[in-house]
Every structure is written in C-alpha cells, then in structure tokens.
Design a binder for this molecule. Structure first.
Ligand SMILES: [Zn+2]
Length: 98
C-alpha cells in the first residue's frame, strides 16, 4: 500500500481518522484499479508491541497513513477492534471544516 506520509502522530492502540482529499483513491489494490475514491485517511498508531508480535497487528503499517474507502475502513476497524481491545479511534473527519 502506498504511504501518503505522516499527517499526524498517533499513540499506542490509537487510530486517527482524517478526511481524505477530493480525488484520493482507496489504498486497496483492487480499489485503486477500479479508481474507487477514498473517504478517509487512516493513521495507525502502535497496535501492540514489537516484541509481542503475535498479539500485535500490522507492524509494518505503524505510523503510516492510508487512504481508504468506507467499506475498507469498516473492515480495518473491525479487525483492529477485535484484536486490540484497548483501541482508541480519534475521528477528526467531523470536527474539521472542509
Ligand atoms: Zn477500498
């Protein structure tokens, strides 16, 4: 998945949700090919600790930001919530004026 750069820093077990820019495509390979537009930018914090990598989630994605469409974000959130019970989702899509 392409890295759209560090937009904001997220804490441990935290996912920051920001609004995608108009024209941003979903990071999913399948959806990029279909040119499906992204709705949100998802910035992943540390989903666990590196020395407990069996319980940790998406090590390679920590600190990175991905543009996702709504179904992809829903799927991501469901996996994250199931695997990381302490998960905090900071949603800035509603508080930022466009
Ligand atoms: Zn998608």
């Amino acid at each position: 998945m392409p890295d759209v750069g560090p937009l904001s820093r997220s804490g441990p077990d935290e996912i920051i949700l920001s609004p995608a820019s108009p024209g941003d495509l979903c990071s999913s390979l399948e959806h990029r090919r279909a040119r499906r537009l992204a709705q949100v930018i998802v910035t992943l914090g540390q989903m666990g600790t590196a020395d407990q990598h069996r319980a940790a989630l998406w090590l390679e994605a920590w600190g990175r930001s991905y543009t996702l469409c709504s179904p992809c974000w829903d799927a991501t959130r469901q996996v994250a919530q199931a695997r990381r019970p302490g998960l905090v989702i900071t949603d800035t899509t509603r508080t930022l004026a466009r």
